[in-house]
Design a protein around this ligand. Structure first.
Ligand SMILES: Cc1ncc(COP(=O)(O)O)c(C=O)c1O
Length: 382
């Protein structure tokens, strides 16, 4: 049965396989003999393999060992977990925060916990899969609004709002790189007395000088706003957080199944996040460099006529006509020393390569990418 299904995936250009590295995550990655310039990771600030973070991790392993051994509610947490939570609520400006094992666990744990069958959820059509799955796991009624379309959301809220309402959005959309209209979403949440749940996975460490989407829009945290963010992207570690009022966090501690029934992150990963968040907050030039690189890359792409779609951030999609073209372009780039995977259904509706640029890329890296894309275009691959 699976053989036939796998053949179907092959025929549709949708077969995926895992490409493991032989090197740390970074600007250059190695697989087997080949070294490739990497434009595929969410390590926006180059913190996945940073010397002072590595040292902090080694210290934490020496002090706390390697595993956590239990969920946070049993005996899995350490004082480092608390320290990270204070650090996060400090820079997010909230009363409290709570760490989860991953961004996927945060969204699939928090969304069902804050909703029930009398809740109505309004979710952007391009929200990340973990938000979609969080909505599915909740027993709420669900309405999907057109991407970043405030007018459509307003219409749906007006017509369908019943009981408690929750508006859910990515801050930076992970496959298109555009930014949610957070100021207008906040206004609508106020008008309809709704909760605004923001997934700041690609905004944390990137937008607002690194502090995330609310800072980017000059907004302050408010009791009806719940900010979720990951520690696995710009923070360069692993895990995620939800930052909100003290009561929301106490509620999540008591009801969120992915927190209650999953082993806590080990202390060394927490210590990596503490060190990384401090690096981000104390070195504004790092985030500035990321944006300089992002603007340099987009300028180069536009100079050769590449359409960067809706991108406003270091996530830059190049949309292609079908799955085979996306795979073909990815393979072409790989054969010329550049790693950018093809992104296909069901992750996106329109196949693409998804370029991500980081603070540690050099101007030369970006020049090489632009040159290779120009060659690809001349060969009819783009
Ligand atoms: C917008 C968004 N939310 C959540 C997640 C999940 O985060 P994690 O990889 O830490 O599980 C991702 C990661 O791919 C994401 O892009």
């Amino acid at each position: 049965m699976f053989e036939t299904r796998l053949e179907g995936l092959m025929q549709d250009g949708l077969f995926r396989s895992i490409n493991d590295r032989d090197s740390p995550q970074g600007r250059i990655i190695r697989t087997g003999e080949s070294a490739l310039i990497n434009f595929s990771s969410n390590d926006y600030l180059g913190l996945c393999n940073h010397p002072s973070i590595r040292k902090a991790v080694v210290r934490a392993v020496e002090e706390y060992g390697t595993g956590s051994g239990a969920s946070r509610l049993i005996s899995g947490g350490t004082c480092l977990h608390q320290r990270l939570e204070s650090l996060i609520s400090g820079f997010k400006g909230t009363e409290a925060s709570l760490i989860f094992g991953s961004g996927y666990a945060a969204n699939t744990g928090a969304i069902p916990a804050i909703s029930d069958s009398s809740t109505t959820i309004f979710s952007d059509e391009l929200n990340h899969a973990s938000l979609i799955d969080g909505c599915r796991l909740s027993r709420a009624r669900l309405f999907i609004y057109r991407h970043n379309n405030i007018e459509h959301l307003n219409e749906l809220l007006h017509r369908h709002r019943k009981g408690k309402a929750v508006i859910i959005t990515d801050s930076v959309f992970s496959m298109d790189g555009d930014i949610a209209r957070v100021g207008e979403l906040r206004e609508l949440a106020l008008t309809y007395d709704a909760v605004l749940y923001i997934d700041d996975a690609h905004g944390t460490g990137v937008l607002g000088g690194g502090k995330g989407a609310l800072s980017h829009f000059g907004l302050s945290p408010e009791p009806f706003i719940i900010q979720m963010g990951t520690l696995s992207k710009a923070v360069g570690s692993c895990g995620a957080f939800v930052a909100a009022t003290g009561d929301v966090i106490k509620w999540l501690i008591n009801t969120s199944r992915t927190l209650m029934y999953s082993t806590a992150l080990p202390a060394h990963l927490i210590s990596a996040s503490i060190e990384a968040v401090n690096i981000i907050l104390n070195n504004p030039s790092l985030v500035e460099r990321l944006w300089e690189n992002r603007n340099c890359l987009v300028h180069g792409l536009h100079s050769i006529g590449v359409d960067t779609g809706l991108s406003q951030t270091p996530i830059v999609p190049v949309v292609l006509k079908d799955n085979r073209s996306a795979v073909g372009l990815s393979e072409f780039l790989m054969s010329r020393g550049i790693y950018v995977p093809a992104i296909r259904q069901p992750t996106v509706r329109t196949p693409r390569i998804r370029l991500t640029v980081s603070a540690v890329h050099t101007e030369e890296d970006m020049d090489i990418l632009v040159k290779r894309l120009r060659e690809a275009r001349d060969c009819g691959l783009l």
